[in-house]
Design a protein. Sequence first.
Length: 497
Amino acid sequence: MTAAAKTENAEKATPSAEDRYGHDELNFAEFPLVVLADRAPTGVKTIHYQDEYEDPRTGKRVPRKVTITGSDEHGLPTAKDDEVLVGLLYLTKQTNNFADAVVHFNRRDFLRILGWPDEGRYYHRLSESLYRWLGVTVRYDNCWWDADKERYGTEAFHLLDNVSIYDERHRSRPEGPGQFFLPLSSFRWNAIPFKSFRQDYLKELDLEQFLRLPGAAAKRAYRFLDKSLPAAGPVAYDLRLFACEKVGMSRNYKPSRLITEVQATVVDPLEKAHFLAPLDPKERFVKEARGRYRVVLARAAQQMPASLAGDNTSEPLAAADTSAIESELKQRGLGGKAARDLIAAHPADHIRQKIDYLDFLIERGEQPKKPAGWLRAAIEHDYGPPAGYLQREERLRQQQAAEQKHRRQDEEQALRRRREEQEAAARKAQRAHIDAYLNALTPQERKSLEEQAITHADDHMREAALGGNALAEIARRALVDQEVLRVHPLTAPESAS
């Protein structure tokens, strides 16, 4: 790629006022990859976050853990490095739409994307962050989703394979008369995360809102909740699991401290940003047992996607629509009050979408162990599409195309069979015609015919027929057959008979 082309691609990454939407990789969004502070604790090189999930295929609880290990020189990534990681994803989308693992960029533009000042120490901070991500090793135990295998697995990797930094203050040599280009820095994604990008295991992320949030906890919570919260309705998370394993707060905090920290550093900022729906703190934090609380979170109304919110889906469904959806839920094992509660709490399109997810899994032979329970959880927790998911219309289109293809193959096979039968019949008729002619000849006539056949043959066949080896008889027989057909051709009626 020429310097001009690289510069052109890098300029695409500079955000316009209307284009401030980035992307987040969904494995990255699930767990923190950084220390929730501006500096890692002294002497700490490795951190981990963990939880459990219910495998929909087996119904069993599976432990999951992500381990982050920093390099000796640059250590563990911190809160600002999380912003840089989101910026790297933004650059990749804007520069080549996740088509190439190598991304070229201008550090000044990168600072502008992140909203950092155009000052020397921030150039240094950006470079240090890139080197830190280059040195970090991440291991996902039972929690890296692979769309090809359609399951969680274990992967260990560096996020970046290499980083090249160039000083923008020095221009490169010209490529042509009067042409000068700023030198471009670059980075290369590791094959494991880049494969996930290519599998489109991504979601949109409002980069403007993310960067505007005050504090690392709010930013981290925003990424996790933007992935996990459904379009409508509340979710009650275990407080300690949410605060410590999803946001990254200290596991040494007592419940009272966790409540204070979550309210001040997560809930308040996300409410002010109109991302979380407001709720009284007494309803927000629900005590379940001694030392155990749940935190109740829901998206603010305006955060509902336009595809849902624009249809007035918060209004009661028409009776016919309600009956149809209730019937669909009942066919899949969800009836009675459970179905009515789901219909009352969630938009119709939301429910139909999750029903189609379940149907897709069943059609693929991957039916969950408890389909009704899986469907209810999918509706309540807004499950994303299964790996490889295709909408019902596309599945029907593909099914029809496959059926047409099979019909064409059957027709072609039948035509080929008829053609082979006709050719076999023609060969049989020709053999009978030749044998009948030869059987009617006297020995002298047969000898004369053979001599004529050799006379009319080309040099190669004549030499083969007159040779003394085992092939001579075969060659003479072939020449005699040709001579019979020359002097006494097979007529069409004979061929058809």
